[in-house]
Design a protein. Sequence first.
Lengths: 356, 356, 356
Amino acid sequence: MARARSPGREVVRGYDPSRVRLAVPASHSALQLLRGARDEGVEAILLAARRYYESIYSRFPWLYSRVVVVDSWGELLSGRVVEELREANAVLVPHASLIEYVGAERLLELELPMLGNRYLLEIEADWERKLGLLEEAGIETPRRFRSLGEAAEAGAPVIVKLPGAKGGRGYRLVSPREARGLEGALPQGAVVQEYVVGVRLYSHFFNSLVHGRVELLGMDLRLESNVDGLQRLPPRLVEELGIEPSYTVVANVPVVARESLLARVLDYGERFARAVERETGYPLVGPYSLEGVVTESLEYKVFEFSGRIVAGTNVYTGLQTPYASLYWSEPMYMGRRVARELREAAARGMLEQVVT
Amino acid sequence: MARARSPGREVVRGYDPSRVRLAVPASHSALQLLRGARDEGVEAILLAARRYYESIYSRFPWLYSRVVVVDSWGELLSGRVVEELREANAVLVPHASLIEYVGAERLLELELPMLGNRYLLEIEADWERKLGLLEEAGIETPRRFRSLGEAAEAGAPVIVKLPGAKGGRGYRLVSPREARGLEGALPQGAVVQEYVVGVRLYSHFFNSLVHGRVELLGMDLRLESNVDGLQRLPPRLVEELGIEPSYTVVANVPVVARESLLARVLDYGERFARAVERETGYPLVGPYSLEGVVTESLEYKVFEFSGRIVAGTNVYTGLQTPYASLYWSEPMYMGRRVARELREAAARGMLEQVVT
Amino acid sequence: MARARSPGREVVRGYDPSRVRLAVPASHSALQLLRGARDEGVEAILLAARRYYESIYSRFPWLYSRVVVVDSWGELLSGRVVEELREANAVLVPHASLIEYVGAERLLELELPMLGNRYLLEIEADWERKLGLLEEAGIETPRRFRSLGEAAEAGAPVIVKLPGAKGGRGYRLVSPREARGLEGALPQGAVVQEYVVGVRLYSHFFNSLVHGRVELLGMDLRLESNVDGLQRLPPRLVEELGIEPSYTVVANVPVVARESLLARVLDYGERFARAVERETGYPLVGPYSLEGVVTESLEYKVFEFSGRIVAGTNVYTGLQTPYASLYWSEPMYMGRRVARELREAAARGMLEQVVT
């Protein structure tokens, strides 16, 4: 797909590669990004709303060389801030909180280089395009239904994902029996996805343009409230209380898959990178994640992706990871990997290629 | 709250700071404390009952420079042993097993410096004072009921915690329906706490008087028997077998929370330290933990605390932890952090401040 | 038990100890074995079927110095390959995938030294002998029943393990009620084991002949599909869908046990090593694992073992582990531990002792 030149690439041409900095928006995975920049000797600029700055980041001053504190998230990328970041030769790392604060549309136009593919963020914000991209990549996904009635007929439990649902909020599990009573009730932009039973696996990838490879750097499992607490109640009590499962992401646990699964995981990681480039006209740069469930017959059904750093990588902040140790002899985790790519790209005159 | 001078502070004034040692009681978290002392070049003295010494600690002789083996836990802090420890300039690290062996009351009078707040151990041993301290600190806690009848009326499932319950034993889950049949059956000193459904989070803190800050060093999740096994049975089988959940702590898993939760977690950690100092007249020194559950609306309901090192920190024995990496560039885990504080306090003439 | 001289020991006598190499069959735990060999400066030869080589191992060329690619698993240890390995002074590391590819019987006769006890692999392949060995070692195991009828009478839920079941496939949970309807339906070679409710604990051991000790190097928890997904469904939905639990191993999570359990875990690890030597006439060399469940009264009921490296050790690939840190100051994980033993045995003229 042909594309106009990205605004980030235009801007980065004016940068001094020997003085490039990393701009890290607060929350989500900011702490590991800051720690990673420090490990690589890349100066980091923290962007934070006052409330978060004071309650979290002010405690870790050695992790950044400069901080931009704003009064509200909306100002995070105001004209003044963008100007300051450009003067500092700063490359922005996008993550889910940033998208939530300023919106995927605004990031699209932002006149600041971004380590990542900004056009993918736009796709990620739309369920239909998001799941379509996975399918287009040739990755196995759970069945999709056009309606709850169709799901009821198939006898499959489904997850209904509402438009704008994020961090697991706005998801609802519907049984075939319930689906029959709910026909026609779907809001515009919602998707109905088969609920596949199995072990969930969130795979963390990094597409390195400097090294010309997709690296698998880790895996995690999300703990969600209330569903991961409900399991600890006796069945009769769940019934007595009538609590429905919900899926707010609270925490993450490190996990490692059986080795033979890597054939599929690595293949999917690479397929996804190729599909993104085909679809957006720009390479998939840096961190992303495929999020799925492994069935008893060892299929990996990918139900979502994150087109940027995923918070599950936080389980490895400051550490070597089991998978990173297959590529790197020194401790390597996603936050550090981002800074490494930026540092190496700057040193090799490849800055324009690793940003959009 | 005014306090007489603590016995530990009196004793430590007679110590030679250049030859201070760490006394580590066997079991609980002894292995990481020993490993940590070794990492910091602090000599460790292991105190162990013969049975545990022979079955566990005799296998790791490089982890301590001296061992005191006694025939029964009761002798662990006999006059002879205390004398020997004082001559060795030893500072004792209290943990839950030590409290179980010798009792919180006896620790209160012990003429030996303790890295930790001994007056907090006394509070921890009494449910009413324990939960009261959390509330006093301004930390969100689950609702408490004065009786099972009150809980039944509120329609809330509850955990009944019997006096002396520890390691999860002596806990019982009661549904609203059951509560109606059990009114008036509560023994003296038991508490009735709402059972909050969500993801459990055990946060590990270290209050450093040397560095003047509360550090968040890790998080874990407890695995409890039988409740974490029951979940793997089909609902109908749980009903058929009629098994009730129980909560004996068996193991721990490392976990990392979503970053925005840290605002609350760090705040609670600091609030707790301040409340302990207000309540006991002595600072909260060294390791402690807040133990709670995160709801689907991301509240952190703290249902208990540990006023000393918590065994869940064992998941990081000998390793860097994701959170410690935000404060420390070298690998840092709770056992090492304890030895570091002792070493630094000794070097800076602050020994008296870090003990009670 | 008297034994003829093992074929591996015969062959290794002709090796040049200063040029010994490690032969690592693809899949299972190959990546950590390769990484470990690299850490220890031991050259590794990877043996892989083409499909796996291309989809996984070709991406990590720095992890091995030579690769033998075959067209099918059956050729993995063909005469030609064995010849090449012998010329390269290669010692083979067996694992579950290798056993699956070429069969335990063929490994018994293989004229190649193996780091491990090949006679134990034979025992492991037979449920009756496998569980008998645990019992003979004096390790607590779940009750065994001769028939489903006996289990029904005892009122105990059971797991039926079919002959050849592996990786958790071919296991079936049967409730007392169901057992009554299934009497007499057991195939030859199946076992009926009480299903013990509690927290599962997979303990990773290494028996070092060079250091004369059994080391506990880690623990993990298996995630199995579909059973670990089923728990996240509301009870009524499990009933509505009528899904039965299944046990295909998908992934592993690192875990640490409460310290007092180590008395039992370490004792069992050593008992098992002694029993294997009594039973096979050869020492238990290198990695193995005990797999069990801890009850609410803290018994450790071991339901299976792995007489070679277990895939759960992959959670620590390239890392220090909490337990390894009690024996080793440098990062040590199972893959590296294997290479370390080989390197040290070669240097001390002990090669013959560490192979069969």
